[in-house]
Design a protein around this ligand. Structure first.
Ligand code: GDP
Length: 638
């Protein structure tokens, strides 16, 4: 059977490095992060792992790279890289072989020690075959351009397209299909044509992440602006690396150095300042620096080792779709895995069909499209939505069945989404005890810069051993749709100080079940967060009137107790209601209902004009003529 190393490590409360060590000792080979064994040997491995419980020592062979350490510790690559740069002052790419002492210090920073040993020999593979297999799997990076309005995102996309894409049809006009590709001697890049982080996060909130690299455009005559910061935080939360294009350097007022300086305040540390963010000075008008920018994108992609199998099962994502007269539903699909072909039967979330024709971004008809290629497809049953997934199946009939099933699934998902316990201030404690969360993520919006800083300062001071309070985005102004989408994609809470959500933001928050809390008193804001992480935020309840019921008959069954024969005169009464029984003005009972019947059946509710039988929880001294006021306790969000 095939076993996942990270998973078996987690089962034993260990890190993958422990498993690699045990495999080495037993002389068992592994392929990447999996290995093949029979049940007996697996039992032996489990026993060995059991003996390691609590051990902080991991066995590593000499000559480790940051990537190896990341795999062994099960710590994400960026954290390893950050530790190398910030704590060990060492610049190394993910594939650089580290000196043993550096590797030891790196591992020590995460609380482990190294036991140096030899790695089991990997299965011999002819070098040429291995290299060509890897090259065949490499895929172009998918890039989104982000940044503040008017900083030159569209101009940059247009310049790159104009200088690198040769149109074949329509008298030299390239097609806008939502994405295009450029071919350079060093490689190919796919650009998504809709600039900005809103589309990016909207797709992410729908569960589709297509972007590999974000190019952040900052105008050098304007500097870092609110949407620049938003873009940074959206990219960071999606764990997408940022390359900064400092634009408009042709302008007399350009101050590119100031831009780099400003960026450091938002934890984007340019390489020039010892950080790991690549920056490029460019002009989208003269084209200066653009070739270097493209080169940097390819370099970053190489480090990321993006791969996809063109021969595997085909999967893609819709990036744009519309209904066109004479052509029907038209969708631009970005292929992610495998190869999409004319004639393929596809299920596109709720739509389906057989691909009648495909056109690329140059307006050329194509028969096939491989990983990272955008193509416009014709032949779908309906117009899909951006973010919908595309899969290739055996026949159109299968496609239809799957699409229909997905339609149902989607409905289920919507229902599930609505009931999925989203992060809320009151709910954090519960999530914590269920082991679901160890952090409280916040998006902070306030009326002026001064209050943003004050709120941030106070929140950063909140210390709690179990919960880490993290601000993933902050800014001046009302709560926007983009704030809500970011919170939804990251399971964060939006906190507004002296500001209110915009209408659209409110609607989005309801749809995505994102909590927005607004305050006018800073002390209350901080106090609530304090209490939330300590689990002291008691839910507040309010009484909600349900209805009035008259008691008209008293049935005394010795076995079942005394039942009040009632008539609902207003509203309704429910099985779960609480009630107040009044005799004249005097309240003679206050408590819960223990049964509610209509004729002989138990019912959930009885509405106005109906008769029903009621028994009370632990009380039966009612009289004919008493009146019941039914109410419910509902939780309120302040
Ligand atoms: P977007 O809102 O970020 O897409 O910005 P646009 O691409 O629409 O550019 C806004 C304005 O800035 C336009 O008038 C562009 O011509 C101008 N612009 C963009 N890039 C440059 C540049 O590198 N140099 C100069 N001088 N102007 C630029």
């Amino acid at each position: 059977m095939s076993v996942s190393i990270p998973e078996i490590a987690k089962e034993h409360g260990l890190v993958p490095g422990h498993v690699y060590g045990v495999l080495a000792e037993l002389g068992i080979e592994h392929e990447g992060d999996r290995f093949e064994v029979d049940a007996e040997v697996l039992e032996l491995i489990r026993v060995s792992l059991g003996e390691l419980a609590g051990s902080k020592e991991i066995r590593l062979p000499h000559g480790r790279t940051p990537r190896d350490v990341s795999l062994a510790l099960g710590v994400p690559q960026p954290e390893i890289q950050k530790c190398l740069i910030q704590k060990l002052k060492t610049m190394a790419s993910v594939a650089t072989v580290l000196k043993d002492d550096v590797a030891e210090k790196l591992v020590a920073n995460f609380g482990y020690t190294v036991h140096w040993g030899e790695a089991p020999k990997p299965k011999p593979k002819p070098a040429a075959e291995a290299a060509s297999a890897k090259a065949a799997l490499a895929r172009p990076p998918v890039v989104t351009i982000m940044g503040h309005v008017d900083h030159g995102k569209t101009s940059l996309l247009d310049y790159i397209r104009k200088t690198n894409v040769v149109a074949k049809e329509f008298g030299g006009i390239t097609q806008h299909i939502g994405a295009y590709q450029v071919d350079l001697p060093e490689g190919r890049i796919t650009f998504l044509d809709t600039p900005g982080h809103a589309a990016f996060t909207e797709m992410r909130a729908r569960g589709a992440q297509v972007t590999d690299i974000a190019v952040l455009v900052v105008a050098s005559d304007d500097g870092v602006m609110p949407q620049t910061i938003e873009a940074i935080n959206h990219a960071k939360n999606a764990k997408v690396p940022i390359i900064v294009a400092v634009n408009k350097i042709d302008k007399p007022g350009a101050r590119p150095d100031k831009v780099l300086q400003e960026l450091t305040q938002y934890e984007v540390i340019p390489e020039a300042f010892g950080g790991d963010t690549i920056t490029c000075n460019v002009s989208a008008i003269t084209g200066e620096g653009v070739p270097q920018l493209l080169e940097m994108i390819l370099l970053q992609a190489e480090v990321m080792q993006l791969t996809a199998d063109p021969k595997g099962a085909t999967r893609g994502v819709v990036v744009e779709a519309k209904l066109e007269r004479g052509r029907g539903p038209v969708a631009t699909v970005l292929v992610q895995e495998g190869t999409l072909r004319v004639g393929d039967a596809v299920a596109v979330t709720a739509a389906y069909g057989k691909i009648k024709a495909m056109t690329d971004y140059k307006g050329e008809k194509v028969d096939a499209a491989g990983p990272s290629a955008p193509v416009e497809i014709l032949g779908l049953s309906e117009v899909p939505m951006a973010g919908d997934t595309v899969i290739v199946v055996k026949s159109e009939r299968d496609a239809r069945e799957i699409a229909e099933q997905r339609k149902d699934d989607d409905r289920l998902k919507d229902i599930r989404q609505a009931h999925k316990p989203r992060m809320t201030l009151r709910g954090i404690r519960e999530k914590l005890t269920q082991g679901e969360s160890k952090e409280l993520l916040l998006v902070i919006k306030a009326d002026v810069q001064g209050s943003v800083e004050a709120v941030r300062g106070l929140i950063e001071k909140i210390e709690n051993e179990e919960v880490e309070v993290k601000i993933i985005h902050y800014g001046v102004g009302s709560v926007t749709e983009s704030d809500v989408l970011l919170a939804s994609a990251s399971d964060a809470i939006v906190v507004g100080f002296n500001v209110k959500p915009e209408g659209k933001a409110k609607a989005e928050a309801e749809r995505h079940k994102v909590e927005i809390r607004t305050y006018n008193i800073i002390y209350e804001l901080i106090d609530d967060i304090h209490k939330a992480v300590k689990g002291m935020l008691e839910p507040k309840f309010e009484e909600m009137y349900l209805g009035t019921v008259d008691i008209r008959v008293k049935f005394d069954f010795s076995r079942k107790g005394v039942i009040a024969g009632c008539y609902v005169t207003d509203g309704k009464v429910t099985r779960n209601a609480r009630c107040r029984v009044k005799r004249g003005r005097e309240v003679v009972f206050e408590g819960a209902i223990s049964s509610l019947k209509h004729l002989k059946d138990d019912v959930r509710e009885a509405t106005v004009g109906f008769e029903c039988g009621i028994t009370f929880d632990g009380w039966q001294d009612f009289q004919v003529g008493d009146q019941i006021e039914a109410y419910e306790m509902v939780q309120i969000n302040d």
